[in-house]
Design a protein around this ligand. Structure first.
Ligand SMILES: [Zn+2]
Length: 291
């Protein structure tokens, strides 16, 4: 049993069995959730609408949004239950540093669904109350019948290469010294390829060509799907137009910025692809050993 409690869009309080108990629970058919009273005993005041959203190696993952204030006693003084539940408050973006990636994937899936659940309490058409449809992940308005499915917002991310150098930018939102490749949300009516070209041109004034699909990654911060591309430089020089990007440059595999995206992100995988294509074996080894 893995319980993920989301006090906000960034952090998650994870409650899980100790390793021994977790192994044991795989074979238990019931996967009993702690009762509300048991959770209260832990300092967790959780509303009743707790849903099973995902599974991790046969163990169910539950997720729910709660007010941060409801977690205050627990955050101040972490406790451990007699049967080995260990509450742990972590930043979702850095969760892969302390948890296994598969577990993080399920917690992020639970987050995406809990976020949707919280934001569809009432119908968008008639403001009637929405109730869960048991056989699928959907809700229906009990008044007008409108059905709501979890919304996924696609975004693109692209590695643009010019003469063996990669286009990377420092945005206002990034930590100091951090550079990443360009990304942006898909707008209504656009193809993904068009979004790639538009975002790169809007943010840097560069025209790209030969846009090719690379890979994708669910990115539930809060409800996105990141679609990765590679592209070649076509024309233009870097001109920073929108206020979002503070600096953009071309980086060779030997001179990558001090700070780059985390290892589990598709941005990092695209940077690794760039170095494997345009750098030496040493360059790649150096990158793969970086955090
Ligand atoms: Zn309705």
């Amino acid at each position: 049993m893995l319980l993920a409690v989301f006090p906000d869009n960034r952090s998650v309080l994870v409650l899980k069995r100790s390793d021994a108990a977790a192994d044991d629970s795989v074979h238990r058919p019931d996967h009993r959730l702690p009762t509300r009273d048991e959770l209260r005993g832990l300092g967790l005041d959780i509303p009743q609408n707790l849903w099973r959203f995902a599974d991790h190696r046969g163990v169910p993952v539950f997720g729910v949004f709660v007010e941060r204030s409801r977690l205050a006693p627990l955050v101040d003084k972490p406790v451990k239950t007699p049967d080995g539940d260990r509450p742990q408050l972590i930043d979702r973006r850095t969760a892969p540093d302390t948890m296994d990636v598969d577990e993080c994937t399920q917690i992020n899936r639970a987050f995406h669904l809990a976020y949707w659940d919280r934001n569809t309490t009432f119908c968008g058409s008639c403001a009637g109350p929405m109730t869960r449809i048991p056989e699928e992940i959907a809700k229906q308005c009990s008044s007008c019948g409108t059905i709501s499915y979890p919304r996924i917002s696609p975004a693109v991310i692209v590695a643009v290469v010019r003469k063996g150098k990669l286009l990377m930018a420092h945005s206002r939102r990034h930590a100091e010294g951090m550079y990443s490749i360009l990304a942006g949300f898909v707008e209504t009516g656009e193809t993904l390829e068009y979004t790639v070209a538009r975002e790169v041109f809007e943010e840097t004034g560069i025209v790209v060509r030969n846009v090719h699909y690379f890979a994708s990654q669910p990115w539930p911060f809060p409800n996105s799907l990141m679609v990765g591309f590679t592209a070649e430089y076509g024309s233009g020089e870097i001109v920073l137009k929108d206020g979002e990007i503070e600096d953009a440059r071309w980086f060779s595999p030997q001179e990558l910025p001090e700070r780059i995206p985390d290892t589990y992100s598709i941005a990092r995988r695209l940077i690794e692809w760039f170095v494997s294509e345009h750098g030496t074996e040493d360059d790649l080894q150096q990158l793969l050993t970086r955090r």
